[in-house]
Design a protein around this ligand. Sequence first.
Ligand SMILES: [Zn+2]
Length: 212
Amino acid sequence: MPLPFSAEDLLQAIDGIAYAVDGDGIILGFSRGPFLPAGEGGSDTPWNSEAVVGTSLFAQLRGAEVIETYRTLHRAVWSRGHPAVGFEYRCDSPETERHMRMSLSLIRAGSTPVAVLYQSITITETARVPLPLFAADLLTARAPAGLDELVVKLCSYCQRVAWPDYDAVTDPEWIEAAEYYWRGGVTDVVISHAVCAPCYQRVIGSLSASSP
Ligand SMILES: [Zn+2]
């Protein structure tokens, strides 16, 4: 006996934000909201729910490193080497420290892969002293042409920032945004969305560690 509801009904019932995406990354359906807010490496293009279906999920992300990690996770799940992967990440706003969990699960029709289900849920939200570095306008600002403004890298997974040290050729020091301010970091910067080495290892490294 078939289930008395559609796939769309099921998608709408899922907790948090849910996206069903095909093997090429094209959005087939979603429950609500942008996939990631701007502060989390989400796109700064105006979010229009009608225009989202049929477009690439990866076009909603910012930062080449961030997009590449999501593509890698997507391929790992779609190829069925990993029927599901999950990781915790941060999605702060100036007044809120927010811990989230993202999961990617393979949906099959019989034995044929048909979609990857992305589900994002909030684990904890804690109010804090405002950190202006996480203001949406700053996180989506583009560097003004011709201006040599300070670029600060922000990890899209843990929201640590790379301490801007122009003497460090490799391996920047990734610190909490509060620490950034304690050290005298300024807000008048351009944010570049990136992935820190520990998060890369935690999120992508786990794929090879658990390969079947
Ligand atoms: Zn990180």
